[in-house]
Design a protein around this ligand. Sequence first.
Ligand code: ADP
Length: 474
Amino acid sequence: MRVAFLSSEAVPFAKTGGLGDVAGALPKALVAEGVDATLIHPLYDTTDRALLRERVFDNLEVDWLGGRRTVSVYLSYAAGAPAFLIDAPEYFARGKVYGFPDDHYRFAFFGRAALALLGRLGQAPDVIHGNDWPSGFAAAWVRAGRPWGGFLANTRTLMSIHNLAYQGLFDPGDLYRLGFKGGEESNVFLSNGAASSLKAGLMTSDAVSTVSPRYSFEIQGPEQGHGLDWLMRQRRDRLVGITNGVDYDAWDPATDPHLPAHYTADDLSGKRACKLELLRRFGLPEEPGRPVIASISRLVAQKGFDLVRQVAWQVLEAGAAFVSLGSGESEYEGFFQRLKDSAPHRVAIYRGFSEPLAHQIEAGADIFLMPSLFEPCGLNQMYSMRYGTVPVVRATGGLDDTVEQFDPETGEGTGFKFGPYDARALLGEVREALHWYTRPEVWRRIQRNGMAVDNSWGAAARKYVRVYHALFDL
Ligand code: ADP
C-alpha cells in the first residue's frame, strides 16, 4: 500500500495546531504498519534547514495558472517517514503558515506541485490522503482528471477533516484562473456563494475521515456542521471517525527533553520538580501545594474561553493558580492580560507559541482546562493524561471520546467532564477536581488512571490502513 500524505503542516517542519502533530506522527506510524507512506509538505522559510537531507529535484515543472512554474523539492527523514518538501518561496516564505489573502492560490499550488511530484517520482500512489482545506484542491484535481485516465486513474483519495470550521473560502471568480474550468469541476467548490476548497475535497474524495468517532456524528447535525452537515449526511456511508493518537516519542514525561525533571506513574516526584520550575519560570510564588490549572490553546471562541472568562475569578477564589499559553483573538488575549494584572501572584500568561513551554506546562500543572464549544479530537487532554495532569473538559467530540469521568465510588476515570456549554457546569467540574486534589491518595489514583491509558498511534494507524484498503472495495 503506497500512500501520499499531503499536509500544510507537520511536526517538525511546521505546526500551528493539532494537524501539525497528527501529520508529523501518522505517516511514521503508517510506516511502522508496513505502509509505504510519504509525506508531501510545503517548505516554509520557518522550517529548520538542518532537517533537510538533500535536494532531490531542482527543476520540478508544475502546470500553473495557464503556464509552467519550476520548483525545487527537498527530502527529509526528520518526521520518521520520507517527506518531500516543496520549495516555492513566493508562496511559502512568508514568516507564517496561514493568513494571507492569496492562501487559496498558495495551497492550490501546493496541491498542483504535489501531483506533479508524484508524476515525477514515477509511481502512482494507491492512496492520496489529504488533510483539511489546504489539501482539497489536490482531491478535486484527481477527480477532475479521472475521465481522462492517466497517471492517477487508479489512485484513490481520502480526505481527513481535522476541523470543519476552517473551510478554505475564497472568491469563486478565481476558480477559472486556478484551472477549474466550469461545470462539475467548479461546482464542487461552491458553498453559499463562496468557493470552498474543503467542500471540494469532501465532495470529490473517495472517502472522508475525521479525527474522532463522536465528531464524525456531530458534524452530521446543524449545530456542528458549519453549513456542511448536509454534505456530511450525504457522505455518511463513506465517513469514518478515527481518534488521533499521541506521539509518545515526543510526549512522554519519562524522556521529554524539554523537562527539568522526569517522572513515571510509579514515581511522580519529578512532576513536583517540574511544577516548582514552572512556578519559578513564571515568577509565581513557589507554593507546591496550590493547584495549578493550565490552558495551552489557540485563543479562539471554539476553545470555550467565553466560559473560562465567566468563572475565572471564582476559580482563583477557590484557591487555584492559573497558567495560560497561547495567542489569538484580542478579546481573549485582553481578558487574560487583565486577569493577570489583577492577580499577578496567581495568574501567569505567555502570549505566543512555544513548543518547549507547552511540554513544561503539561508537566508542571495539576489540572488542564479544555471547555471547548466543539473539539474534533483535541490533543492536549491526551498529553495531559500522560503527564499526570488531570483534564477538565466539555463532553464534546474527541474530548468526550478520550476522557473518562472520574467515579469516586469505583476509583475509575481519568478526568472531569461537563455536558452543557454553560459556565456553571464548567465551574462545577473545576470545583470537583479541586476537591479531589485535596485528597492526595485519590488524586494519585486519577493521575495514574490517565497515565496508564495507551493512546499511541499504532491502533489508529491500523484503522487508517483498513480504510485505505476499503477504498478499493467502493
Ligand atoms: P487545535 O488543532 O484546534 O489547535 P488541538 O488540541 O488538536 O487543537 O492541538 C493543538 C496543538 O497545538 C497541541 O499540540 C498544543 O499543545 C499546541 N499548541 C496550541 N497553542 C500552543 C502554543 N501557544 N504554544 C505551543 N503549542 C501550542
